[in-house]
Design a protein around this ligand. Sequence first.
Ligand code: SAM
Length: 409
Amino acid sequence: MFEPVSVAREITGVGRNLLLCGDGAAPLCPQLQPYAAQAQCVYIDPPFMTGDSFTRRRRFGQSGWKTGRPSPEYPAYADRYGTREAYLAFLRGLIENAHRLLNRTGVLALHLDWHTSAYGRLICDEVFGEELFLNEIIWAYESGGRAKKYFSRKHDTILLYARTKDYRFDLRRVPLERTEHRKNHMRRSVDENGRAYSEIKTGGKVYRYYDDAPVYPGDVWTDISHLQQRDPERTGYATQKPQKLLDRILRPVVNNGDLVIDLCCGSGTALAAAQMLNCRFVGVDSSPEAILTTASRLDNADLTIDCPCTLDETRLEGMYTGPGGMLLLTGFDAAHPSFPRTEQAMDALESWSAGHITDSGFIVDQTFRRTTRQPELPLFCLLAEGRGKPGVSTVDAAGRRRVFKWVEE
Ligand SMILES: C[S@@+](CC[C@H](N)C(=O)[O-])C[C@H]1O[C@@H](n2cnc3c(N)ncnc32)[C@H](O)[C@@H]1O
């Protein structure tokens, strides 16, 4: 039979990358200390002091994943700090940690909006030094409502600070896609090598722009929109940012194998971008919902997940035929007021992993998830022999993680 146990740490592969459920603003905890002065980029997209609460939408069971039916929302995090002072202490904690974690060529990207960007700038000037300010990037978008009593607030601010004057930044890694620029007022011509250009004379100088010369972004970005409702990239996490935005932030700063740290990782956008750029990564978030969203998004990554699990009366039923044998799940009775009545016995199960419970944590052998392409969850596997006790870790449709150990009756 399967018996519930409490195992916080889950390891896939050799566990090279870390997802930690914890406080990114507190003095570095033992799990983060080894990363001091190691990161090439630290990205922080903290709550913006809005006073709101944010959720994650989830799908329920096979039919929910098949039809994409509107899904229940579960609390992800509250952006409430009581006082401005409390918020500023939190923001300062994050910035000071970024300063500790960056290596000498590293860069901080701090993502804020009109609520707090002025404070962020002042704290960064103090912690990093004014002379290490690189950019105030304006990320402008069109989505959301329109104001009537003032101009609509349609941009976020991303502050870039270098850790030292020896920082690394290669703008050539983010050429813009070529679009037809409006150069109607310029003279069009072709040079002796057949290259087309536009030219303008102003203030006694001649400016020539070749059509085939790369164009790089300035500090106002208008070409990246917020994710649409039906964008396949969407995880259901309320404040998810587009991966294209994070790709543009990281690309000029990191190389293959560099370490990227996100101290408020949310749905894991920066980490997904880092993974695409072949970087190692560490993600921290105080919300278990964020850590589990990120973990499911970074499928196949070499991961150590450090996140508390639920220990309750929920029963997992099934059988295991012995070392190297078959592991089969037959029942899972997790309940939640949001769960609809369902005919399907295993609908409350969103994903599960088979593996072994050891002193260092739950060592994952295989993971199964519902996806839009495959809404039906496989319920058995062959579990290779391994160190420790055979076991199963589950995530239910309300985002609660549990671990069960197999014990012979
Ligand atoms: C704006 S969201 C980040 C969104 C993320 N960039 C994404 O694309 O999904 C802010 C995150 O900060 C997290 N957070 C709040 N307080 C925190 C703390 N003390 N330490 C770490 N994370 C925290 C919240 O749980 C939330 O996930």
